[in-house]
Structures are given as C-alpha cells and as structure tokens.
Ligand binder design. Structure first.
Ligand code: HEC
Ligand code: HEC
Length: 223
C-alpha cells in the first residue's frame, strides 16, 4: 500500500469499524460519499475532515485542513454563521468550492450523507458552533525551523504524494517559492485577496495550522 493509501486508510479505519456494525444502506451510501474522491480528481471529505473525537484526531498521522466532523451534526450553527440552519446546507460550501460539485450534494445523496454525519459523535443536546476565524495572510514567512517543518509535511501527504492515484504532486523541499507556499496555506492570491475557491486545496485556518507551524513548513519546503 502506498504511503498516501496507508494514511488515508488510518483516517478511515474508524469509519470502517462502524459500518461493519451498522450495515444500513443509506448509512453505507453516506459513508461512501464522505470517502469519495470522484475518480481521484477532487478531494474527498475524508482528505480534509476526520470523523473521530477531537482528542483522537490530535493523535492521527494526518491532519487535514478541516476540523473533525465528530459531533458536527449537533452544532448550533456552522462556519461561524448563524445563517446556516442545518449541516446539510453548511457542507455545500465545501462540496461546491473544493470538490467542484456544481450543484453541490442533493436529494437522496444529501440525506444519506447527513444521516451518516449524524452517527458521528451522536449524543444528547446541542454543541456550540465552532468559532473558526478566516485565516489572515501570513505576512512574515521567514525565520521558520526546517527541522521542525519536516515531520509536519506528513500532514500534507494525504493529498500530496508520489502514488499513481495521489490527488496532487509530491512536495519536494526547495521546489516551491516561499511566497507561493505562504499564500496557498492561507488561501490568498498574489494581490492579497482571500480566494479560497482558487484550486481544489482549501486554506488552513490558524487553529488547524498555526503561523509558527506554517513558517516551519515553509522553511523546510520553500526556496
Ligand atoms: C479541501 C478540503 C475540504 C473538503 C474536500 C471538504 N471540506 Fe469541509 N471544511 C474545510 C475547511 C477548511 C472548513 C472550514 C474550517 C474548519 O471547519 O476547520 C470546512 C468546514 C466544514 C463544515 C463546517 C464546520 C463547522 O463546524 O463550522 C462542515 C460541516 C464541513 N466542512 C463538512 C464537509 C463535508 C461533509 C465534506 C464532503 C462532502 C467536506 N466538508 C469537504 C475543508 C474541506
Ligand atoms: C485536501 C488535499 C490537500 C491537502 C491536505 C494539501 N494540499 Fe496542497 N494542493 C492540493 C491540490 C489538489 C493542489 C493543486 C490544485 C490547487 O492548486 O489547489 C495543491 C497545490 C498546492 C501547492 C501549489 C500552489 C501553487 O500555486 O503552485 C502548494 C505549494 C501546496 N499545495 C502545498 C501544500 C502544503 C504545504 C500542504 C500541507 C500543509 C498541503 N498543500 C496540503 C491538495 C492538498
């Protein structure tokens, strides 16, 4: 199994264990939509979001740009916006923006996906909306520690690898310009406009990747 395949597998292991017990058709379909890469063209929900508890997610080898979806169906609101009344609406942004599903996820597929999300961290009562701030541009991207950055780049390898079915190119130290890395990690374009819809890789918010971690990664990968 390729490194990327292995990492993605460890990401999905908890999901597989669940479906062996559940076995319900709609839940199986929902889990499939969560894991679907659409022929390895676009990232799956699983490339970006884990499904295990926040404590377990901290220990995963991979750290995607999105937070864990554990308990996400029970939140009072999503993406800092009270305007999203249900998770089925909140997730359309991801489906359209980075998965390039023109019409988002609809109908029975949406029902199945939401039914699956409801099984993650299910319990009584509502959970507070996560406060996720829009990332600020990384102005000062020099001065990082390459030795610290090297192990962090494993987080990127769920998508960037050398396997044939990898979603994107392998990240090689010294190849990409530091300013390009700095912009990409925070979702900004060359004119310092926030453009999260450019490309199929999402930005990392500060709570998923701190400025210090970003600088260390840039010191290791950048030129
Ligand atoms: C390319 C990466 C990426 C993909 C693919 C992706 N997401 Fe997201 N998602 C994000 C980021 C980044 C955020 C906003 C920051 C965060 O929540 O940590 C987000 C936010 C969300 C939120 C809001 C979380 C909250 O508590 O406010 C939900 C729900 C969500 N995604 C579900 C999904 C589902 C379901 C899929 C698959 C259909 C999906 N996402 C695909 C990256 C992604
Ligand atoms: C969810 C999958 C995913 C993750 C996780 C991810 N990337 Fe990417 N990345 C992509 C894809 C797909 C592209 C090519 C399309 C695009 O530009 O969005 C890309 C493009 C890039 C580029 C090229 C930007 C340019 O304009 O030339 C850089 C640099 C990059 N990624 C760095 C990283 C680093 C560093 C990490 C880890 C901290 C990371 N990526 C994590 C999917 C991902």
């Amino acid at each position: 199994m390729s490194m990327r395949g292995f990492l993605l597998f460890s990401f999905l292991a908890a999901v597989a264990a669940f479906s062996a017990v559940g076995g319900d058709d709609a839940l199986g379909r929902g889990r499939q939509i969560y894991a679907d890469t659409q022929d390895f063209e676009y990232p799956s929900c699983a490339h970006c979001h884990a499904t295990v508890s926040p404590e377990q997610a901290q220990r995963l080898t991979l750290r995607g740009p999105g937070g864990t979806l554990y308990g996400s169906a029970r939140r009072e609101g999503w993406r800092n916006r009270k305007s999203y009344k249900e998770i089925g609406t909140a997730l359309q942004y991801c489906a359209k923006t980075w998965q390039r599903r023109k019409k988002g996820i609809r109908g029975d597929d949406l029902k199945a996906l939401v039914a699956y999300l409801e099984t993650l961290g299910a319990g009584e009562g509502k959970l507070p909306a996560r406060r996720v701030k829009r990332p600020k541009p990384l102005k000062d991207y020099g001065g990082g520690d390459a030795a610290k950055g090297k192990p962090l780049v494993v987080w990127c390898s769920g998508c960037h690898g050398d396997a044939d079915d990898s979603l994107s190119f392998k990240l090689i130290p010294g190849k990409k310009r530091k300013d390009v890395l700095a912009r990409k990690l925070r979702g900004y374009d060359t004119k310092r406009r926030f453009k999260p819809e450019q490309g199929t890789m999402s930005y990392y918010t500060q709570d998923r990747l701190s400025d210090e971690e970003a600088r260390d990664i840039i010191a290791y990968l950048g030129r």
